[in-house]
Design a protein around this ligand. Sequence first.
Ligand SMILES: Cc1cc2nc3c(=O)[nH]c(=O)nc-3n(C[C@H](O)[C@H](O)[C@H](O)COP(=O)(O)OP(=O)(O)OC[C@H]3O[C@@H](n4cnc5c(N)ncnc54)[C@H](O)[C@@H]3O)c2cc1C
Length: 290
Amino acid sequence: MERIRDIFERKERTYSFELFPPKTEKGHANLMNTIQSLTDLKPDFISCTYGAGGGSRDKTFDIVEHIQKQHQTVAMAHLTCVMNTREDIRAILRDVHGRGIRNILALRGDPPADNPDWTPGAENFKYSSELAGFIREEFQDDFGVAVAGFPEGHILCPDRDRDADFLKMKIDAGADFVITQLFFNNQDYFDYVQRLRDRGLNIRVVPGMIPITDYKALCRFTALCGASISNEVKTIFEPLAEDKEATLKAGIDFCIKQCRELLDGGAPGLHFYTLNKVQPTAQILDAVRR
Ligand SMILES: Cc1cc2nc3c(=O)[nH]c(=O)nc-3n(C[C@H](O)[C@H](O)[C@H](O)COP(=O)(O)OP(=O)(O)OC[C@H]3O[C@@H](n4cnc5c(N)ncnc54)[C@H](O)[C@@H]3O)c2cc1C
């Protein structure tokens, strides 16, 4: 299967989706339908998240393999190194390589809720840059490698310049491109890209977009990941919090506006956090794709 960086050679902009492995059988059956509908939209690639601590490890790779084999669509597996040793990671990469997976989003991840104090030892990777470098050293160009970027700085590193220096380390280690954490103020994205350009990095930084469908859930998630809810989002969505339909409509409208402004400003495509839902992303994509 093609590496995503080869798609970038041909396409100025890419449109892609993120899924997560469901916990239940019913969720899995629904996901199969969701994947059918999402691949009908002809995305450039689809990525699938990887549970902290490896909980959904096999499910992630099964889903990625399914997307590639049954839908002839390029897919990318997220992979976290937290709780895994170097040898574990080597074995996982050999396994996924054997399964035809050629794109990895290299992440550190976070210690799981039942082991929050876990710290890496000598046999573990400390940061995602080490994982990205390991993939390059062990597998050369066999894998396309992406890394995560944080326009507002990572929650543990709110100093944006320092955070950009760490991103440079990930790229120097061998990453091909960056997918960002969600954000609602586009200026944060544009400033982030400029910080990277100032460091001599001309890498693609694909903005991660979330259609707002549940404002309270969004507030919980952003508190955990350190992204901020802009005043504009607060003003629009707080009064609608109890009204699902109005939130859905406003969420689609807001995301369309945000996407258009990003593309106008030079963003090299959009990566949608679909939350395993089709309709909001389909409507937004239809309105903004160029
Ligand atoms: C697009 C995207 C997809 C994601 N997918 C998943 C997923 O599938 N599964 C999952 O569990 N989580 C996922 N996450 C969340 C991610 O695992 C967390 O944000 C995690 O806290 C950090 O991962 P990272 O890869 O950014 O870590 P790193 O790049 O290792 O950074 C972690 C922290 O260390 C700092 N740092 C980095 N390098 C150094 C250094 N050399 N010295 C000192 N400090 C350093 C950084 O600034 C940051 O504060 C995703 C996030 C994004 C944006």
